[in-house]
Design a binder for this molecule. Structure first.
Ligand code: PMP
Length: 455
């Protein structure tokens, strides 16, 4: 890659210039149309240029765009906090919202709240967080310390906190070479082993993405996994943090993905789809149990950024949630997700380079392998993930690159996660473009002689 692009003000030598978006489509400077098959980075969850959201941005800008968060609250932020509290499933607890600007800040704040919780209770040793190898919780140092994503970590390892890490619930590439259910959820049990090894007295929390995104190519855990995780956390007095930055706010056919398993986290990180890409907005939600000692002690969370709880962003997030509710989009993401999944499975049977398709709602991962029987991945040197993304873009389809499971020697995967208001016709078009991309890639790989399972 040409180094000079790093210091250019724009990357126009490498990327097309996006000029405008409409619904699920993006148009570039040359007038080329792209179907946004991954909502950007699983973010533009209600598509582009939705008039109701544009109106809210304009109206809020006329009222007030910024106040410093430690001197005022604003109506949009107050209403958003109330709304999120209503949305968190189950009523017996109250959730407090802390608003930030990115998913990384949300998980970083979750980490800080977890540590602060134990400190306020007089325990200064409980300051480690257990996470999983196949995970990505953000790019800031605290969030990276909790992330197994090797590609993002490796340059900064010397600066990162060494935290305990366990395997992922990856049934396609089981780290224990087992089959569900005879495995008896060894992956969940590893949490117990890690806690015993480290000493529960040193562990503040366990963090997990309900469904692993970029660092796993969409890993959906088997039934019973989170119920067991919750029990282990309870038994050892450890907080459970759910990183719902990618899965939250309707993406997987539920408002929060943890609803699929009926398990309530102590702390929830939200981002991305929360403001659907219209403004930077993310949040850390902490349960009443967690906030009680903090409110009784320091009375505030030791985190914050200049733009935290920005009224403009809060107004947008509130409008996005209202739009999702008004248009029944949580349920639509389940229905459209099932439809999309079935069509993609029909494509998969024709192409042996597709090893696995998995997901929930409109968060679907497709994993590519050089041998469908052995699940052997393609060689890294082929940079297949980038080729998949670039070939799809050439054909007018945007998809999101992922790594298919770190500990299982995983290979190339992409995430398909279009806006949750995508229509049936648009899903048909998405699958058509996807098949064209796979067809070209398989042909190309076959010519190179790197596909084991055909010819
Ligand atoms: N957590 C998860 C699960 C994510 O997918 C991401 C972003 N891919 C982050 C945290 C970090 O969010 P951001 O890029 O907004 O900082």
């Amino acid at each position: 890659m040409n180094q000079s692009y790093l210091i250019k003000p724009v990357m126009r030598d490498f990327y097309p210039t996006a000029m405008y978006g409409q619904g699920v489509f993006i148009y570039d400077k040359r007038g080329k149309k792209y179907l946004d098959g991954s909502s950007g980075a699983v973010t533009s969850s209600i598509g582009h240029a939705v008039p109701e959201i544009i109106e809210v941005i304009y109206e809020q800008a006329k009222k007030i765009s910024f106040v410093y968060r430690s001197q005022f609250t604003t109506e949009p932020a107050e209403k958003l906090a109330e709304k999120l509290n209503q949305l968190v499933f189950g009523e017996e607890d109250e959730y407090f919202s802390f608003f930030v600007n990115s998913g990384s800040e949300a998980t970083e704040t979750a980490l800080k709240i977890a540590i602060q919780y134990w400190q306020e209770k007089g325990n200064f040793r409980k300051n480690k967080v257990i996470s999983r190898w196949s995970s990505y919780h953000g790019i800031t140092m605290g969030a990276l310390s909790m992330s197994g994503h090797i590609g993002r970590r490796e340059r900064f390892v010397s600066l990162l906190e060494r935290l305990p890490t366990i395997s992922s619930p990856n049934c396609y590439r089981c780290p224990f070479n087992q089959k569900y259910p005879s495995c008896q959820l060894m992956c969940a049990n590893e949490l117990e082993t890690a806690i015993r090894r480290e000493g529960a007295d040193n562990i503040a929390a366990f963090i997990a993405e309900p469904i692993v995104g970029a660092a796993g190519g969409v890993i959906v855990p088997p039934e019973g996994y989170y119920q067991m995780v919750r029990e282990i956390c309870n038994d050892h007095d450890i907080l459970f943090i759910a990183d719902e930055v990618m899965t939250g706010i309707g993406r997987t056919g539920k408002m929060f993905a943890m609803e699929h398993w009926g398990v309530k986290p102590d702390i929830i990180a939200l981002g991305k789809g929360m403001s659907a890409g219209y403004t930077p907005m993310a949040a850390t939600l902490a349960s009443g149990k967690v906030m009680k000692p903090i409110l009784a002690g320091s009375a505030s969370v030791m985190s914050g950024h200049t733009y935290s709880a920005n009224p403009q962003s809060a107004a947008v997030a509130l409008a996005v949630i209202n739009y999702i509710e008004k248009n029944d989009l949580v349920q639509k993401s389940e229905v459209s997700g099932n439809y999309l999944m079935n069509l993609l499975k029909e494509v998969a049977v024709k192409y042996p380079i597709i090893g696995d398709i998995r997901g929930k709602g409109l968060m679907i991962g497709v994993e590519f392998v050089s041998n469908i029987l052995t699940k052997h991945p393609f060689q890294k040197e082929l940079s297949l993930t980038s080729k998949l993304v670039e070939t799809a873009r050439d054909k007018g389809l945007l998809i999101y690159p992922a790594t298919a499971g770190i500990e299982g020697g995983g290979g190339d995967a992409v995430i398909i996660a279009p806006p949750i208001n995508i229509t049936k016709q648009e899903v048909d078009l998405l699958v058509n473009l996807f098949e064209k991309m796979v067809d070209e890639i398989q042909e190309d790989l076959s010519v190179q002689g790197v596909v084991d399972s055909i010819g």
